[in-house]
Design a protein around this ligand. Structure first.
Ligand code: ZN
Length: 316
């Protein structure tokens, strides 16, 4: 019995190359292959499936509103067809996958494509294939960290984006296949980057980061340890960066936790995580050494750290 096959993988998992090798194997056995792909993909030539490793083969491309049954019928009239291979099948409509399901009653249909978009959500074609395919197989690829990559991150100017149209044609974006840990890390980086830009500007306009205060009783006896009532901008900063808190920052930094050691810590050639640890450490110290954040903002140390983080992101 012929089957409907769905072979999915993340970006760069050589799906097109797999599709082309599969075609080659069928042809070697004397079978006649109908190779197709949706027209949406304008990366490469319209009437060719091209893989990154240099393989290519002519194909029929079809529009969103075209019937695949009709194409199959027309091609069948020209000569026998033993198998259909569809590349970039994620861009097929639900109706087109339904048609392929029906065609798979007669001949094998093999669909190659992505599973999820840059928002980590299923593509329309992928969803229908997961629902209808007889056989579902993953083509594995590796993340930058060595783990299995399952997500497709869209990057604009080196930063992960999670908003926008599903298909951006002719944009300056790039895609990278990532594991969940790295996808999340990139997402945080983009968020931190946006925050840093705003605080670099806001801190510049700040006259004072906050005022010292101590509650006194009627007899003027100091009841509480002196503490800083921070300016709203700094309060926001503390709240924003709390969510990016690095665990045990002192271990990364190897500093003694004095104000001077923080001030003197060189950021030259230091990476993103190191600078985030500096901020985390100062936030942590504020609890036992009130005013440390005030000093670090007012003397420009905090801004130096933020600038280095920005530099790390910009050069990534
Ligand atoms: Zn990873």
């Amino acid at each position: 019995m012929p089957k409907l096959y769905y072979k999915f993988g993340a970006m760069g998992s050589s799906k097109s190359a797999s599709a082309l090798m599969c075609r080659f194997n069928y042809i070697q056995k004397g079978a006649s292959v109908l190779l197709m792909k949706p027209k949406l993909d304008t990366r490469d030539s319209q009437n060719e499936v091209v893989s990154r490793i240099g393989l290519s083969a002519p194909c029929i491309s079809f529009a969103e509103n075209e019937s695949l049954q009709n194409i199959y019928k027309t091609e069948k009239e020209k000569g026998k067809i033993d198998v259909i291979i569809v590349d970039e099948c994620q861009f097929c409509t639900k109706e087109q996958i339904d048609e392929l399901r029906q065609i798979a009653e007669e001949i094998p249909v093999l669909c190659y494509g992505l599973k999820t978009n840059f928002k980590t959500e299923l593509f329309g074609g992928s969803k229908r294939l997961l629902e209808l395919a007889d056989s579902i197989q993953e083509i594995k690829s590796v993340c930058q960290c060595g783990k299995k990559a399952i997500f497709n991150g869209r990057f604009v100017k080196g930063l992960l984006v999670t908003e926008g149209k599903e298909v951006e044609i002719g944009g300056n974006e790039k895609y990278k296949s990532l594991c969940w840990t790295c996808y999340n890390k990139e997402k945080q980086k983009a968020k931190i980057y946006a925050d840093i830009i705003s605080y670099l500007k806001k801190f510049k306009e700040l006259e004072s980061a906050g005022e010292w205060s101590s509650d006194t009783s009627a007899d003027n006896i100091v009841m509480q340890k002196p503490h800083v009532i921070y300016d709203d901008v700094v309060k926001d900063f503390l709240a924003d960066f709390k969510q990016f808190q690095v665990k045990d920052p002192e271990k990364i930094l190897q500093l003694d936790g004095s104000l001077e050691s923080l001030r003197k810590a060189s950021t030259k050639d230091k990476d993103f995580d190191y600078c985030m640890a500096l901020i985390s450490f100062s936030l942590k110290l504020e609890r036992t050494k009130p005013g440390i954040v005030k000093t670090l903002i007012e003397d420009g140390t905090m801004q130096k750290w933020l600038k280095q983080i920005k530099k790390c992101v910009d050069n990534a």
